[in-house]
Design a binder for this molecule. Structure first.
Ligand code: BG6
Length: 293
């Protein structure tokens, strides 16, 4: 762990040369590179790396809430907190530590957090880099309270793409979604892969365990595999909203898309002593099917 822009961070590397950088501020993955040294996650050129806000890019953790309902801050407090490194991480099933470069970060609520959200929990976030270069995030949230509590969650993953108008997402066809641009009204996706020509801010429900984000221009496909994360958020702010965000360039919406493994529609409820696990694995592979024209 080193000091970087005043914030401690952890750098993971695999023997092939892939890397991931994790900030203790927010437990946020802020970089993920393949063995060619290519950055796979988007970070805004206007991102602010200074606490207390999460920086615009990488993978902010949305917990214990996705969105801005109730008294909690937008997307919950976890992304704005300082996490601790567990120097002696336990072996966790199933073989999650085998052959991987990894770090375990821990978050427990402060007195201040308990005022807004009076539930004691222990959150263990394991970030690892597989031999393949895949980025793996495993969240374990345990109720150490005397009473049950509920939460929603998202790995708010900013993928780097070359041009949003060349991107399509496969695996969401025919699913129901809640549209954040229409007070979370419920719609049904039609038959085709999702493409982008305007602002998109949706929560796809009961999605398959694997979906693909195809960047035609860069000939790269991101495959997102997930467990314990039934929903998928898809977000691109497009032109107008981009201009309203101080930490985001006016044209940067072209170079990113957020595709989040999430639990939103049906929040998780944990009884005292119970634990929830949400696992996300992302791979970035050359698209094999791309035609030359
Ligand atoms: C999205 C939400 O997932 O996150 C959007 O659905 C929101 O409504 C976006 O604008 C970014 O949120 P924030 O708090 O990081 O600016």
């Amino acid at each position: 762990s080193k000091d970087w822009n005043g914030i401690d961070h952890v750098l993971l590397r695999n023997p092939q040369g892939a890397s991931a950088r994790i900030s203790l501020h927010g437990g946020q993955v802020i970089s993920w590179k393949n063995d060619q040294g290519e950055e796979l996650l988007f970070t805004s050129s206007k991102a602010i790396f200074k606490p207390p806000k999460a920086m615009r890019g990488g993978v902010p953790i949305c917990f214990p809430q996705f969105g801005n309902a109730g008294s909690l801050e937008q997307h919950g407090f976890a992304r704005n907190k300082l996490w601790a490194v567990d120097d002696d991480p336990p072996p966790l099933p199933p073989n999650d530590s085998v052959g991987k470069s990894l770090v375990d970060l821990l978050l427990k609520p402060s007195e201040e957090d308990l005022k807004f959200w009076p539930h004691s929990f222990e959150y263990r976030l394991r970030v690892s880099l597989a031999a393949s270069g895949n980025l793996i995030l495993i969240s374990r949230v345990r109720n150490i309270n005397g009473k049950p509590f509920s939460f929603s969650f998202a790995y708010h993953t900013y993928l780097s793409v070359s041009d949003i108008s060349e991107v399509r997402i496969e695996g969401l066809e025919t699913l129901d979604y809640l549209d954040n641009l229409h007070q979370r009204e419920r719609f049904t996706e039609q038959g085709d892969a999702l493409t982008f020509e305007t602002e998109v801010d949706r929560i796809y429900l009961n999605s398959p365990n694997a979906i693909a984000v195809l960047d035609h221009e860069r000939k790269r496909t991101y495959v997102i595999r997930k467990e314990g994360l039934p929903d998928i958020v898809v977000w691109n702010p497009w032109e107008k909203k981009s201009k309203s965000m101080v930490d985001f360039g006016d044209e940067e919406y072209k170079q990113m898309v957020c595709v989040d493994g999430a639990v939103i529609e049906k929040p998780i409820t944990l009884k005292p002593g119970e634990e929830w696990t949400g696992r996300l694995e992302i791979s970035a592979v050359p698209s094999s099917f791309c035609s030359e024209n």
